[in-house]
Design a protein around this ligand. Structure first.
Ligand code: SF4
Ligand code: SF4
Ligand code: FES
Length: 224
């Protein structure tokens, strides 16, 4: 095999044999084979060693591994046997989703992501709805951060997946977005707030397009 032709790995997922290039994550292999695993923080460019594993949604079980693991951080191995829909996996995914929803303003009818929202898709897949019980819902204030000259940021729609920050960084034009704050107060912020960000941000919309929810909205175009 040459570098241009990676070794192909065979693995079994939910009793189906699939193939994936060596070095792929279990998540990438499953998604490429049309086996859906809920996920929010994964980019196609992610390798298992550098996936941030922030959303804690993509759990699977693997034969020979004691606990469920995040599919985005595990590399495929020859003969690996993966289960994507066990009770333990579903319990973890439902808990992760409810924790996200416990800090989320669920107001879909007034959200630009309505009917194109990853949270809605995952909730429907898991059959949970968009409630957060038994967790209490706690929201941030203010509802909108309007400081960016081209974007409005809605912290209570943000799942802190980091995709906006990462796609902005990947463009290599200077990072305009970053996480700010800690713990519950973590939000997406802007380098230089109004002035520097205004000059450097070319309004490419990569961050808006990457956002799996309605947390980033272009000021001049409310519709995404
Ligand atoms: S981000 Fe998704 S779940 Fe939240 S309000 Fe918007 S459409 Fe509804
Ligand atoms: S603004 Fe969107 S893309 Fe950025 S961290 Fe929040 S949910 Fe993720
Ligand atoms: S996609 Fe694996 S933890 Fe988010």
């Amino acid at each position: 095999m040459t570098e241009d032709c990676p070794t192909v790995i065979d693995l079994t997922v939910d009793d189906r044999t699939i193939q994936a290039p060596e070095g792929s994550s279990v998540l990438a292999a499953c998604l490429a084979a049309d086996i859906y695993i809920p996920h929010l923080c994964w980019l196609e460019a992610d390798r298992p060693a550098d996936a941030p594993a922030a959303c804690r949604l993509c759990f699977v079980e693997i034969d020979g591994v004691a606990q469920p693991v995040t599919a985005c951080t595990i590399a495929v191995e020859q003969g690996m046997v993966v289960h994507t829909a066990t009770d333990a996996v579903r319990d973890l995914q439902k808990t992760a989703l409810k924790l996200l929803l416990s800090v989320h303003r669920v107001d879909c009818k007034r959200c630009p992501a309505n009917e194109a929202c990853a949270l809605q898709e995952i909730a429907a897949f898991l059959g949970t709805g968009l409630g957060c019980k038994p967790f209490e819902r706690v929201l941030k204030e203010p509802e909108i951060d309007p400081r960016h000259p081209m974007l409005d940021y809605y912290p209570n729609r943000c799942v802190l997946c980091g995709l906006c920050v990462r796609v902005c960084d990947l463009r290599g034009q200077g990072l305009q977005l970053s996480f700010a704050g800690r713990g519950f107060d973590t939000v997406v912020g802007y380098f230089g707030a109004a002035s520097e960000a205004a000059a450097a941000c070319r309004s490419c919309r990569a961050c808006v397009q990457a956002c799996p929810t309605g947390a980033l909205v272009k000021k001049s175009a409310p519709e995404r």
